[in-house]
Design a protein around this ligand. Structure first.
Ligand code: EPU
Length: 404
């Protein structure tokens, strides 16, 4: 598997915390990572390739007023840059961040957290200006909802704050834990990562870091479910099965035949069909919302009825409409809940991908469908999956890209 998008993007932001160069290895060649590096360059950092999948970043002087609004609106993770910039350079402008159309995606937890740490906030038509001329101060911050980027941003801001910061109801995702471990190697004093309370003792300075991007658990889950949907023998290598306990538990309950190695997962054909298993998404270690669309598709091929409940974002189930156009039988109960009736035969259609995860789901649906499908807006899949068509061709999928 390639390196995890949702770690790589935060590692890029973290390089701003040090004056010295930092190295990022196992960088995935995906669009969002390219946009994040572009943002960093426009802010004044020096970004250089340093070997295969390796980048060297030196963020000696960063001008926080130069956040490129157009780029920032392309990736949600741009908002994470604010933590390190505010902590080290004491002022930053945040254009309203963009990203997937999966819900409202507010940034109030970031703003409220910075204000609690002593920053002044000014709102302007395109975003916010934040400043902390005396530097940030440690404090206790409670997250009303678990937020992955919120936790990562405030952890980074707190590494250079005066005194101790405690983040309560913090995210526990493997990417958050790995980020904290990398920051500690740079000289930060972070403890409690992987639990819901993270404590950060501020230090004056951090040294350059080395960020080895961990395997992408969402990509892993995607390909494992593809193997099951097609009832095929497929080995997903270079992954961390331990990061996918919730998914693997549901898949086993559904009757999938899985062989789990230390760094690999193999799907094996079964006789008959998998069974329907209802699922609710949850913050880590629960079932990842990013795997929900693919799991929902899988349930269209299972025997029986399942309820899929995704309380995290309010727009993540609307893509099921497109699966219905292909022949699925999915009933939307409310924006957070659908009932899937399986199994359904799927038929090729022309469909449009609304976001990264729904996009890959429609692509997997097209692989199973009878006849030809056209995925419009397919470049959205490139935001999170590297050279998807080349990799699918290697395992026998007939797929071609047409530039629009
Ligand atoms: N929320 C607020 N206020 C905030 C921040 C978040 O109300 O200031 C709410 C959100 O609206 C949502 C909930 O908190 O209801 C959780 O959102 P979270 O902040 O955790 O999401 P995120 O950090 O913006 C990251 C991933 C997403 C992934 C979610 C949940 C990155 C760049 N993105 O988003 O990944 O779905 O965590 O695990 O890390 C993807 O890769 O396709 C993707 C969308």
């Amino acid at each position: 598997m390639r390196g995890a998008k949702n770690f790589a993007l935060k590692a890029i932001a973290a390089t701003i915390l040090a004056e010295e160069p930092s190295k990022i290895t196992n960088v995935p060649a995906i669009v969002d990572v390219g946009v994040m590096f572009d943002l960093l360059k426009k802010l004044g950092a020096d970004v250089q390739p340093a070997g295969e999948r390796t980048m060297l970043v030196t963020a000696k002087d960063i001008d926080g007023a130069k956040m490129d609004a157009a780029d920032a609106q392309k990736v949600r993770a741009s908002v994470v840059l604010t933590g390190p910039i505010l902590a080290r350079f004491r002022e930053v402008t945040i254009p309203h961040p963009g990203g997937d159309v999966i819900g409202k995606r507010p940034i109030n937890f970031f703003i409220d957290g910075f204000v609690k740490m002593g920053a002044k906030v000014e709102e302007y038509d395109q975003g916010y200006r934040l400043s902390a001329p005396q530097g940030l101060s440690g404090t206790s911050i409670f997250f009303p909802k678990v937020s992955v980027t919120g936790t990562e941003t405030l952890v980074m801001a707190a590494t250079l704050a005066r005194g101790t910061t405690t983040l309560v109801n913090a995210a526990m995702e493997p990417e958050v834990v790995h980020l904290c471990e990398c920051l500690n190697k740079m000289g930060a004093k972070i403890s409690g990562m992987g639990s819901s309370v993270i404590t950060i003792k501020g230090v004056e300075k951090l040294g350059g870091g080395t960020f080895d991007v961990i395997p992408d658990r969402i990509e892993t889950g995607t390909f494992v479910m593809m193997g099951i949907m097609n009832n095929s023998h497929l080995t997903v290598e270079n992954c961390q099965p331990a990061h996918l306990e919730a998914l693997l538990t549901s898949l086993r309950e559904a009757g999938a035949n899985l062989e789990i190695g230390t760094n690999s997962i193999t799907t094996k054909p079964i006789k008959g069909r998998i069974k329907s298993v209802s699922m609710q998404t949850h913050e880590y270690p629960g079932f990842a919302t990013d795997l929900q669309p693919i799991y929902t598709l899988l349930m269209t091929q299972a025997e029986g009825m399942s309820l899929i409940h995704d309380p995290i974002f309010e727009g993540r189930l609307f893509f099921t409409d497109m699966l219905n156009r292909m022949g699925a039988r999915i009933i939307m109960c409310d924006p957070h809940r659908v009932v899937v009736n399986g199994p359904s035969k799927l038929y090729g259609r022309s469909i449009e991908s609304p976001d990264i995860r729904a996009g890959i789901t429609l692509l997997l649906a097209a692989i199973m469908a009878e006849g030809k499908s056209i995925i419009q807006n397919a470049n959205i899949i490139d935001r999170g999956y590297e050279r998807i068509e080349e990799r699918l061709k290697k395992i026998g999928v007939e797929i071609a890209r047409k530039d629009s």
